[in-house]
Ligand binder design. Structure first.
Ligand code: VGL
Ligand code: ZN
Length: 199
């Protein structure tokens, strides 16, 4: 297990938004506990001038992703609302690249590879323009967006490492997060801990 991100690496923070934290519309247990850990990973990237990308769930108020319209979930992360904002203690760098997903009325868009930046570029295109081939991933939720992003990374030939101390899952069914981590490992993902990163 490596304890330093190299110059082909970037950090991807998945959906660290108010609605996914305790008290939010779709609060993930312990979701807010990882903010301090992620801030440490961000500091690691800033000191090495490595890109930091933050994805956000950015839904319209009417989408088939929501229970009311046939989906699985209560309304959450509706763009423009407080619930869709990043956690206030997350210390994103000034040059963070924000990518938004779930913006369509008919797609769940769990994978951050479906997200686009403000210029409409998808994540894979952004990574290749930055010369990034290794992605370190953290955030919410282990069993949905983190998992789908990790499983899709292989298809884009991106080597991926999950920061296991900086993810939390929904666990609609008990054990979903553990199962998700096992699937990620079988797909070739590596595991590391932020707390083992060198300062
Ligand atoms: C997510 C459930 C619904 C996620 C998004 O970010 O993991 N989970 N929408
Ligand atoms: Zn969502």
């Amino acid at each position: 297990m490596d304890n330093c991100m190299d110059d082909k690496s970037a950090l991807l923070i998945v959906d660290l938004q108010n609605d996914f934290c305790p008290g939010g519309a779709l609060g993930v247990s312990g979701g807010d506990e990882i903010v301090a850990v992620i801030n440490r990973a961000i500091a690691h990237c800033i000191s090495r001038r490595l890109p930091v990308i933050a994805s956000r769930d950015w839904h319209p108020s009417k989408t088939t992703h929501f229970r009311e319209f046939g989906g699985l979930w209560p309304p959450h992360c509706i763009r423009g609302t407080d619930g869709a904002e990043f956690h206030p203690e997350l210390r994103l760098p000034e040059n963070v690249i924000v990518v938004s997903k779930g913006t369509d009325e008919t797609h769940d868009d769990y994978s951050a590879f479906h997200a686009r930046d403000s210029q409409g570029r998808r994540l894979a295109e952004i990574l290749s323009s930055l010369g990034v081939s290794r992605l370190y991933i953290c955030g919410l939720a282990t069993d949905y967006c983190v998992k789908e992003t990790v499983l899709e990374a292989a298809r884009h030939h991106i080597d991926i490492t999950v920061f296991t101390d900086a993810v939390r899952g929904v666990d609609l069914n008990p054990g979903d997060s553990a199962k998700a981590l096992a699937e990620m490992e079988s797909s070739g993902a590596h595991f590391a801990e932020v707390l083992n990163l060198l300062e």
